[in-house]
Design a protein around this ligand. Structure first.
Ligand code: AKG
Ligand code: FE2
Length: 543
């Protein structure tokens, strides 16, 4: 909501100055001025730490002369270039925008309360309040929300925060009694169980708001039924707490809303009030009619105290708006950013869910490519898909995913059992995946079968070759033996008749040739000398 108000002002200023999309918001603050407050001539970038400011804008929430007196914004130099200051009179929704270096001031507020939404702009992204917030969130944990007690606790124990809530028609109930002083409920002592009570008119507004901002799909609350329930609960709770009858009429408990501490309650409620309507919220705070009926027997005294507190509150308001309200605003922004982030994630998830089965059907190879993304998915999805990310399927792997894994195994991996609807979704995806995996597996098996066959054939071939080779060798040996035998026989048979030199040579040559051996001997015509002839002749006689 604050973002909406801020953006509305920014858009108006950009249009007026012809700087569409050129302004980054450096700071937003709701600043309230009490009688006596003023600011002399100055410009808004007049400190070293303010140099980033390029433009300023002030959106007024009230009418000058009606809700406050004095407090007139002035440009030092008149529009006509004269030295006569130019006034800008406040009216609700009026925005004054100017170069941050333009000299201006505000005359003293004479009476009432002057509230304005003030924005400073920059063109330096690092000084944009949103990016500073993000950097802050990404870094060290942000300091606790809320204001220091010196800013809300008066010496008499009056809690300004509760006064402020009272003026918005809201109250906190502790142990069935309206809470006037936070000291009654010390912070940080476990769950305080503070309930919210509101004026009936505020309650209906609250419920309507709650109804309109309920998350899509959530069971919408019936405002009328809730209001009726609130009324009956309120009476019971008030009576049980021993509170006066007047209070029962004045406020109603809001069922189902509980806070664990005053600070938490105040922050949440102020945010809500701001969210509902920042302008009217600022104005509501000066409308003391909201106080009527909220106070118990000490009503008069409390009312006076509250009014005194209001003054004190408003005196600190300028500071508090900077230190406190902007924290609330930031919390709001954070929530909005988180919602946007959640939507983006859901859209991404939906796209993945739609694409994944198609990818899987394209072929098993995509599974390996896709699995790192799957790893990042919630565990319910991860389990089935992580099994697919390797193509080295373990023996016994069940690609259909239907065979349940042992429960202990799942527990050991710290994976939760997927919810029922997830199981359905996974079953559908698993079917597609199983299809591709089965094909892959069959292809692998067929290749392996072929290799086995080839190997077998090869070995068979080799065995066969070996046998043939051995057979040939044996045959050759046999033939060789036979040849040698025949040589011997012939040698013997011829031994008696002095073997013809040439004939012996021819026989030997033939033998050598059959053995595939070539020696110099065979080539040498003088191989067989007379001496050798004699030796040959000495071969033993054949039998
Ligand atoms: O509230 C205004 O009108 C101007 C305030 C201003 O000049 C300032 O805060 O620097
Ligand atoms: Fe200023």
């Amino acid at each position: 909501m604050q973002v909406a108000a801020r953006e509305a002002v920014r858009a108006a200023v950009e249009e007026a100055l012809g700087l569409q999309l050129g302004l980054l918001v450096e700071f937003t603050g709701l600043i309230c001025w009490r009688p006596g407050s003023r600011i002399g001539w100055h410009h808004d970038a007049n400190r070293p730490y303010l140099r980033q400011r390029t433009h300023s804008a002030v959106c007024y929430l009230q009418t000058a002369g009606v809700e406050f007196g004095g407090g007139t914004f002035q440009f030092e130099q008149g529009a006509d270039g004269t030295d006569r200051p130019q006034d800008v009179l406040a009216s609700p929704g009026r925005v004054v925008a100017y170069d941050a270096h333009e000299v201006h001031g505000v005359t003293p507020v004479e009476w009432g309360e002057r509230c304005a939404l003030t924005l400073w702009f920059t063109d330096v992204p690092e000084h944009c309040e949103d990016s500073r917030l993000l950097a802050q969130l990404a870094g060290a944990p942000p300091r606790p929300l809320g204001l220091p007690s010196s800013m809300w606790l008066l010496e008499d124990g009056t809690d300004l925060r509760l006064c402020r809530l009272a003026m918005a028609g809201l109250a906190l109930v502790h142990n069935g009694c309206l809470l006037h002083n936070a000291e009654a409920v010390p912070e940080g002592e476990g769950q305080q169980r503070l309930q919210l009570a509101v004026q009936p008119a505020v309650l209906s507004g609250w419920l309507a708001w709650k109804h309109s901002t309920a998350a899509p799909g959530a069971a919408a609350a019936d405002p009328a039924a809730a209001a009726a329930a609130a009324a009956s609960t309120a009476a019971g709770a008030m009576a049980a707490g021993g509170c006066s009858g007047a209070l029962q009429d004045a406020v109603q408990l809001v069922p189902g809303i509980e806070f664990s501490g005053v600070q938490q309650a105040v922050l949440a409620l102020q945010r809500w009030a701001w969210r509902r309507c920042p302008g009217s919220w600022a104005r509501e705070r000066v409308c003391s009619t909201h106080l009527h009926g909220l106070l118990d027997g000490r009503q008069q005294q409390q009312q006076a105290a509250t009014q005194a507190c209001t003054c004190a509150w408003l005196r600190t308001c300028r500071l508090s708006s900077k230190n406190g309200l902007n924290e609330l605003i930031r919390e709001e922004e954070l929530a909005e950013a988180a919602t946007a982030e959640a939507h983006a994630q859901a859209a991404h998830q939906a796209a993945l869910d739609e694409l994944l089965p198609r990818w899987l059907q394209l072929g098993a190879l995509f599974i390996a490519d896709y699995s790192p993304t799957m790893e990042a998915r919630p565990s319910g999805h991860k389990r089935n898909f992580s099994a697919y990310d390797s193509q080295q399927l373990e023996p016994g792997f069940d690609p259909s995913g239907k065979a349940a894994r042992p429960v202990e195994e799942q527990a050991a991996e710290g994976e939760a059992e997927p919810q029922e609807e997830q199981q359905h979704e996974e079953a559908a995806l698993t079917e597609s995946a199983a299809f591709s995996l089965t094909a892959l597996r069959q292809a692998q098996e067929s290749v392996i079968r072929q290799i086995d066959e080839l190997q077998e054939a090869g070995l068979h071939f080799l065995d066969h070759m070996r046998a043939a080779f051995l057979e040939r060798i044996a045959q050759t040996k046999l033939e060789l033996g036979q040849a040698l035998d025949s040589v011997e026989v012939s040698l013997r048979s011829n031994s008696a008749q002095t073997l013809d030199c040439r004939k012996r040579a021819a026989l030997a040559g033939e033998l050598v040739e059959r053995l595939g051996i070539r020696t110099q001997d065979t080539a040498a015509p003088d191989l067989f000398s007379a001496e050798q002839e004699g030796a040959a002749a000495e071969l033993p006689e054949a039998e």
